[in-house]
Each structure stands twice: as C-alpha cells, then as structure tokens.
Design a protein. Structure first.
Length: 340
C-alpha cells in the first residue's frame, strides 16, 4: 500500500512548484525586477559578485521568491537561514566559513537577528572578514579570518527594526515590495492553476483575485482550497471550476467578496456596534475582542486601512462610511456629515 504524504509535505512541494524560475515568470514588482537585473548584469560583466540586497514589505509578496530567482538567474548556490535561527556568534561563524566563493546567503526575518551576531555581520559584509575573539579579559585576542566572496540577500517584514548601520551595508539596494493589483493577482492565479492542472473559467479567476488581499501567497492558498472543496463536493463541471464554486469555497472559509475574514468583520462590527464607530483606543478594542494589541495592529488593521474601512487617528480607531456600507450598518444622523 502506498504511504500517504503528509499535508505539510504536499503544501511545501506545491509552494516550490509555484515559484517562478525565470524573470519573465515573475509577475509584478517591475521596478524591483528592473533594478535587480541591472545590478546582476553589471556585476557579471565586471566579473564581480552581486552586492548585498535587502527586500522588505508585508508577508506573502514574494521576497523569498526573488531571492530564489536571483540564485537561479546567476547560477549560484544559495544557503538559507533566518534571523531567529542564528542564536549565537558561533552559529553565524559556522555558516559564513562554510560558504563557497560566490555563494548567496539568504537570511529571512533579519530584523530578529541577535544584536551581538549583527555586530559580527558588519565586517563580513563590508570587508569580507570574520573577527573572532578568543579568551576573556586581558588575555583575550582577536583573530581575523578571510571569508570567501559572498552575496547576502535579506528579507524582513519590519524594516524599521533593522539598525541603521546594518541597513547601510546593503550596498546593492534596499527594495520595498508593493501590494499587487487585481490584474496582476489574476495572472498569478492563472499561472498557478496551469501548473497545478486546475481549470478555472475567467469569472472564477477574477473572484479569487479580488478576495486575495492583493497578496500572491493568499491567492495561491485560496486556489488550493477551492480545488480541495471542488474535489470533495464534486463541484467540478465539465473539467473546470466556475465562479459559483469559488464563492461557495471561499464563503466556507469566511472570506467575503472584498477579502475580509471573520476577524476583520468582527473588528469592524465591535467598533461600530459597541463604540459607535469610534474613536476607540487600541487597548479597548483588544479587550473587547479578547485579542492581543499587536495582533490587531499588525495583522487586522493594515488591510482595513488599505481598503479605506478604518482610520487611525490621534484619539483612536474610527470606522469610515465605507465600513458602515459594507457591513450594512445604518449611519447615525449626527455622524453622516463627519464620516469620510
């Protein structure tokens, strides 16, 4: 009997399958692609390795994918780690001394790097040397090891938490990834559906795109869940998935027509229903929702603000006219002229 692969393994393999392998397969982020292509080509023509690069932006926009793509396009080996995984100076020293000449080191969530480890990274990035202190007290001495030439590509969702000295050492550029348009997301979903051999009609494609929060990772997640729903409930007609099937699948996930999930809607419902649309403080809302303040501020609020459903003011959070209309709440007479 053939053993079943675990869902985690299957999803990981699918994610790898969906990663672009050439520049023309990477949809969106044109300004970053153009700049990085010039950087790589110029370095190749000079016979040098590419300079260090930092990508930042919200999760799921393609920072790791860009790093993989750079490695593939340059034909270089890439070693992958993350900020929290490098706990001690010795961990970083081990990684750096095991790099071959021209290798790419990718550090995800670099803002979570230990500060002592970060200090060791400075000379490694700038001068290609590793300073190791042996011993303690008056007898301590420093040994300087030469490192093979390497390119550091780093990614972070919290660029403000990266120290200025570290940011300044990314001489190749610091690039911010932008959210995608619905048209770009639709192209990504179309490409992913072809790779996964899922047939979607045009309306089904648009339905996934407009609920995907302008984020490719979310779009691909929805595509896989729609496929699962259609498979279990035998919703595939004539070999293709239609708009109705997509709506049923995403409704089951509590994702509405503009991409709000149950947490987003509950936030707005509490703000409007309990606090009259605001202003209401973050602590008050967190207590009312039994949620952590950081979760509301970093996970729930950004998308609501982006859609124009929420405002952060000096006095607190305020629901906009669009939020009232989307949730079908009546706007109190005294507030009609004040709401945006």
């Amino acid at each position: 009997m053939k053993p079943k692969s675990s869902p985690k393994t299957e999803d990981s393999l699918l994610d790898q399958t969906l990663r672009p392998t050439r520049w023309d397969e990477y949809i969106g982020q044109k300004h970053i692609k153009d700049n990085v292509k010039i950087l790589l080509r110029a370095a190749e023509e000079r016979g040098h390795i590419p300079e260090h690069i930092l990508f930042y932006g919200p999760p799921g926009l393609g920072k790791t994918t860009l790093a993989h793509l750079i490695a593939k396009e340059t034909g270089r080996q890439m070693k992958i780690t993350s900020g929290p995984a490098i706990e001690k100076v010795g961990d970083l020293a081990s990684i750096l001394t095991n790099l071959a000449s021209g290798d790419i080191l990718f550090i995800d969530e670099i803002h979570r790097l230990n500060k002592m480890v970060e200090e060791i990274l400075y000379p490694a990035m700038e001068s290609g040397v590793l300073d190791i202190i042996i011993g303690k007290g008056p007898s301590a001495r420093t040994i300087q090891l030469d490192l093979p030439p390497f390119t550091l590509i780093a990614a972070t969702t919290r660029v403000a938490l990266i120290s200025s000295p570290l940011r300044s050492r990314f001489s190749g550029g610091v690039f911010r990834l932008e959210f995608y348009s619905d048209e770009e997301i639709a192209k990504i979903v179309d490409r992913s559906s072809n790779l996964l051999k899922i047939n979607l009609d045009g309306e089904a494609l648009e339905e996934i795109a407009k609920r995907s929060r302008f984020t490719p990772r979310t779009a691909n997640y929805f595509l896989k869940r729609v496929r699962d729903f259609a498979q279990v409930y035998k919703k595939s007609k004539g070999g293709s998935l239609d708009k109705k099937t997509v709506k049923e699948a995403l409704d089951m996930l509590s994702v509405d027509e503009i991409g709000l999930n149950s947490s987003d809607r509950k936030f707005l419902e509490i703000l409007i229903g309990k606090f009259g649309g605001g202003p209401a403080g973050l602590k008050t809302l967190a207590a009312a929702l039994s949620e952590e303040e950081a979760t509301l501020e970093e996970v729930v609020e950004p998308y609501l603000i982006q859609l124009g459903l929420l405002e952060r003011t000096a006095r607190g959070r305020v629901a906009t006219k669009k939020a009232y209309e989307h949730l079908e709440f009546d706007i109190p007479e005294g507030k009609q002229s004040k709401l945006i």
